[in-house]
Design a binder for this molecule. Structure first.
Ligand SMILES: CC(C)(COP(=O)(O)OP(=O)(O)OC[C@H]1O[C@@H](n2cnc3c(N)ncnc32)[C@H](O)[C@@H]1OP(=O)(O)O)[C@@H](O)C(=O)NCCC(=O)NCCS
Length: 166
């Protein structure tokens, strides 16, 4: 790939205006193979889904091409903030057209900095199905290490050096 072809991403807060794109993403055939259950069963349920993943200790962003805030490549999230244990989970879903280009790596680098500087967590948790080698490989590249694994689920943790949540 030529250097000029490299896509640079930016992230924007996800909103209900992204409902159709989010619904299509989570009903994409390749994406569905990553989840044990269809995360959004009907278009009409998407606004509620977006509300859940953007409130009360959950932050979700849409991934756009740099300087194209109208584009939609996928989503990334910090979720289930645990104020007692100073930890949060990380996750994301990219449209299959953009897999294997290091784009979620860029997105996770951005939100790991938010977790470090704004949320001041001590650790970030990645939970995924053990079969999801792409997701495991992705977070290992970001310094996460496997702390627990069985036939169904693998847990990876990245330890941060940061201040406590006030
Ligand atoms: C998991 C996911 C976020 C990875 O994002 P990505 O931007 O493609 O990640 P990377 O480009 O860093 O690739 C990660 C690994 O996936 C594998 N991979 C790359 N392209 C691939 C493709 N087209 N098909 C299958 N696997 C591929 C490679 O092993 C790669 O590691 P490498 O770069 O060391 O070779 C993305 O595949 C995705 O959205 N999957 C569906 C949702 C999901 O599983 N989310 C995680 C749930 S916890």
């Amino acid at each position: 790939m030529k250097a000029l072809d490299k896509i640079i991403i930016q992230i924007e807060p996800l909103s209900s205006e992204d409902s159709k794109a989010v619904y299509d993403l989570f009903n994409n055939e390749k994406v569905l193979k990553s989840y044990p259950e269809r995360p959004i069963k009907e278009l009409g349920l998407t606004k509620g889904f977006i509300k859940r993943i953007t409130s009360k200790g959950n932050w979700t962003w849409k991934i756009c091409e740099e300087n194209k805030p109208e584009s939609f490549l996928g989503i990334c999230a910090l979720h289930h903030l645990d104020r007692k244990n100073y930890s949060i989970e990380i996750g994301g879903t990219l449209h299959p057209d953009y897999w294997g280009m290091g784009l979620m790596l860029q997105a996770f680098e951005l939100i790991i900095e938010i977790a470090r500087n704004d949320l001041k967590v001590d650790q970030i948790i990645g939970k995924t199905s053990t079969q999801n080698k792409q997701a495991i490989r992705l977070v290992e590249k970001l310094g996460f290490t496997i702390t627990k694994t069985n036939q169904t689920e693998t847990l990876l943790i990245k330890t941060m050096i940061g201040k406590k949540i006030p």
